[in-house]
Structure formats: structure tokens, C-alpha cells
Design a protein around this ligand. Sequence first.
Ligand SMILES: Nc1nc2c(ncn2[C@@H]2O[C@H](COP(=O)(O)OP(=O)(O)OP(=O)(O)O)[C@@H](O)[C@H]2O)c(=O)[nH]1
Ligand SMILES: [Mg+2]
Length: 240
Amino acid sequence: MVFLRHVSVAVSAAAAAVGSALFLALSWWSPRRLRPPAEYRMMPPAQDSRAEDRKQQILVLGLDGAGKSSLLQCLTLGDGAKGGGARGGGARPGGGARPGRCRPTRGFNFMSLRGADYQLDFLEIGGDAELRRYWAEYLSKTDVVVFVVDAADRRRLALARQELQRLLEAEQRLLEAEQRLPLVVLANKQDQAGALGLSALHESLSLDSVDPDRLFLLATQMGRTPTGLDSLQDLLLQLA
Ligand SMILES: Nc1nc2c(ncn2[C@@H]2O[C@H](COP(=O)(O)OP(=O)(O)OP(=O)(O)O)[C@@H](O)[C@H]2O)c(=O)[nH]1
Ligand SMILES: [Mg+2]
């Protein structure tokens, strides 16, 4: 009996050692990559079939710090939410309780706005260099792209243009001409001194290359007195 117990202890110890070694080996070999999930239709189906009729998947992109999480947060908090309720997937957008307190998005943010006859699902992918590589992967699951620009950050406008043009090139490769998505560009941070207006931003981002029938520019600000969000929501509902 004592002998059998010793054998059993020895076998368990050996199994644990082999398991640990395998785990360490796998951890070492497998590349560590931060990937947002490939699918974001994660909300349960709407109860109201009319909401299904006007359902939009909206991909929110832009450089880090442009104001994407703030946009989701302002929409969540009610500005522009015309009688609709908002639900977030995972953490509250940006993790803050009021506009102006967003942390950088390390992966993605999801938020859904629902009204009696519509549902707008917003997905923000973080804008730092690592995450920008994944932006294009979401185009084929999207109805509208909202590209947020910090219109007051002139130093990074060239980078914003470069990333937007790269996205548009990817769209050309991935989607047929008739499938190309409406592009809504937000000239954000209009409350800040020196923020570019719409026509200057149009020029800075080389938006001449985009079919005007699918291009929309809006001026917004997301601080304590958010503006432009009603217009954005109206536009998204028109596009639905
Ligand atoms: N003054 C001003 N500040 C803004 C505005 N929109 C966003 N901010 C601030 O800009 C900073 C970055 O905003 P976020 O919403 O986190 O930016 P983001 O695009 O989500 O950035 P990442 O998640 O890092 O990609 C925060 O401190 C916001 O409070 C705005 O319209 N005006
Ligand atoms: Mg963010």
C-alpha cells in the first residue's frame, strides 16, 4: 500500500513537471501579439425587428489621442442619443465616467446605441502604431467608417493622412467599387486654438481622392460641451 502511494506520488509529480515544461516551451515559442477579436457582432439580437431594419456597424478609427473613445463616451452619456439607450461591450469606453477622462485604448472599445427603430454598433480600434496594423481587417464587417482626426494637432496631420490613405488603399484591394464604405471624417477638438476647419482638413488629408458621394466631413468637439454629435447621429441614421 505504502509502495503504491509512493508510485502514485511519483507519477503525479512527473506529470506536473512535463506539463509545466510544455507550458513554458509553448509560451516561449508562441508569438505575443495583441489582436482585437476578428468579429464584433457580439450584442444579442434586438428584440424589436424595426431596429434590425436600421442596424449599422460603425468602425471608429483615427490616430491615438484623436478622440475616438471620447466620442463613444459622449454618445453613451447622451449627447446625440436621440431617445436611444447605450450599451458597451466590455469596459466602459475609455474607462472614464465623464468626457475628458479617457485612457488610451489598448485594444478595442465597443458600444451600441439603440432606439425604437435603429441600432448603431460602434467599434473603436485603438490608434497606436501597433493596433493600426489591424484596422483594415475590420473593413469587410463594417457598414460605415468614422475617421476621427485631432484637427488641432497640426504636427501629426501628415501621419493621419498617411494612415487614412493606407486604409483607403486597403479598402480598394478588399472591396469591389460598389461595396466601398461611406467615410465620415470628424475634424475633432474644435474647441482648441488653431483647430483646422473642414475645408483645410479636406486638403490636408488629401480627400480629393475619395468619391464625394461617400465622403462626409463634420466638425466636432468632445469636451465638457460636446458639439456635432447630433449631426453625426443624424448622418449615421440616414446612411442606415
Ligand atoms: N479639448 C479637447 N480634448 C479632447 C477632445 N476629444 C478628446 N479629447 C481629449 O483627448 C485625449 C485623447 O482622447 P481619446 O478619446 O482617449 O482618444 P482616442 O482616439 O480614443 O485615443 P486611443 O484610444 O489612444 O487611440 C483625452 O484627454 C480627451 O479628453 C475634444 O474635442 N477637445
Ligand atoms: Mg481610445
